[in-house]
Each structure stands twice: as structure tokens, then as C-alpha cells.
Write a protein that binds this ligand. Structure first.
Ligand SMILES: CC(C)(COP(=O)(O)OP(=O)(O)OC[C@H]1O[C@@H](n2cnc3c(N)ncnc32)[C@H](O)[C@@H]1OP(=O)(O)O)[C@@H](O)C(=O)NCCC(=O)NCCS
Length: 167
């Protein structure tokens, strides 16, 4: 492993982080993503976004916010860890910090999702304590929602009850 977790800088998100996050969405995932993180998202939800850097370079991030429609929930839009920093516990640490932030603000539930193709992410989320929500169909043993929102792509939806304390 080429890295460890010492010497990392943790901070909130700013609109100017959008470019590095969009590059990461292109480079860190196995499949090209249609979605984009706009600077406006970070303008309005930067205080619930986590940016992790080494020597000024993005090595991990979590873009999330407090749900407006579901007042008990905090939602994770995208999170990722650069390849050379994986399997060090950084993904788990991102979620621990986001869960702490959500609890501080009175939230009792985390919501997240991942592409049906993304078996690594499904393994990660279930291993850190997320439950997979029922979908429209079970594909290779995984409940999947087809073409959420009609923009293509199948999704797996996760939830976690923060009162049970696994994070
Ligand atoms: C999924 C991802 C965020 C995991 O980050 P990470 O920092 O490597 O994860 P952690 O080191 O905290 O792993 C915690 C546990 O999750 C599980 N896990 C993580 N990666 C796994 C993998 N590739 N296969 C199986 N289990 C995995 C393991 O149980 C791991 O504990 P262990 O290393 O002690 O066995 C990272 O692989 C990634 O950025 N992938 C591309 C982007 C992505 O898919 N994001 C999520 C969807 S938005």
C-alpha cells in the first residue's frame, strides 16, 4: 500500500472544489457517471461536505446534505476515495464523520445509493452497516431500482438507522 492516513487535511467543501470532484468522478469510478457535482451544490451544501487532501490534492470526498423532504435523514450524494488511498479505512472514516455531523444536527437516519454495477461500493456500504432497501427486482442477489428518474442506470438504495450506532 502506497499511503497511510497520516498527513491528511480534512475540511468542508467550497464551490471551487467542484472541478477536482468532477475529475475524480471521471477517474475514480469503474464506469463513467452521468452525474456531476456543480459548484452551486457546494455553495449551498458545503458545510455538510467533507474534503480530504494530501499536499493540496484531493484524495477522498463525501458530498452530502441534510434532507429537506425527510427531516430525520441525511443524504450522501457521492463519496469516493482515490485508488492509492483505498482499503485504509478512509471510506469508513468519511462516513463516521458524516454520521457525527448528521447526529449533531438531529438526524437519525442516513440515506445513500450506488450504481447497480458498482459491486465494490455495495460490498463497502453493507460492510460498514448499511441495509439495502427493497428494489423493483433482484439482480444477482442484490435488490435494484430500475432507471431511477428515467435518466438511465439502475441503483441500489441504502439506509442506516443512526440510533443503532454502527457508525
Ligand atoms: C467504495 C470506496 C469508497 C471504499 O473506500 P475505502 O476507503 O477503500 O473503504 P475502507 O477502507 O473504509 O473499507 C471499509 C470496509 O469496506 C469493505 N470494502 C471496502 N472496499 C471493498 C472492496 N473493494 N471489496 C469488498 N469489500 C470492500 C471492507 O469490509 C473494508 O474493511 P477491510 O478493509 O478491513 O476489509 C472506494 O472503493 C471508492 O472510492 N470506490 C469508487 C467510488 C465509489 O464507488 N463510491 C461509492 C459510491 S458513491
Amino acid at each position: 500500500m502506497s499511503a497511510d492516513l497520516t498527513g491528511l487535511t480534512w475540511r468542508e467543501g467550497e464551490p471551487a472544489d467542484a472541478a477536482a470532484i468532477v475529475r475524480a468522478l471521471d477517474e475514480w469510478w469503474e464506469q463513467r457517471l452521468e452525474h456531476c457535482v456543480r459548484p452551486q451544490l457546494l455553495e449551498h451544501f458545503g458545510d455538510t461536505t467533507l474534503i480530504v487532501e494530501r499536499d493540496g490534492e484531493l484524495v477522498a470526498f463525501l458530498v452530502g446534505w441534510l434532507s429537506q423532504r425527510f427531516p430525520d435523514a441525511a443524504y450522501v450524494h457521492f463519496m469516493g476515495v482515490r485508488r492509492d488511498h483505498r482499503r485504509l479505512g478512509l471510506g469508513l472514516e468519511l462516513y463516521r464523520r458524516f454520521a457525527a455531523l448528521a447526529r449533531e444536527r438531529g438526524r437519525t437516519r442516513l440515506m445513500a445509493e450506488t450504481g447497480g454495477f458498482n459491486r465494490r461500493s455495495i460490498a463497502f456500504h453493507t460492510s460498514i452497516g448499511f441495509t439495502i432497501e427493497p428494489g423493483d427486482e433482484v439482480v444477482d442477489g442484490i435488490p435494484v431500482h430500475h432507471d431511477t428518474g428515467g435518466i438511465g442506470g439502475d441503483y441500489v438504495v441504502f439506509s442506516m438507522d443512526l440510533r443503532e450506532g454502527s457508525l
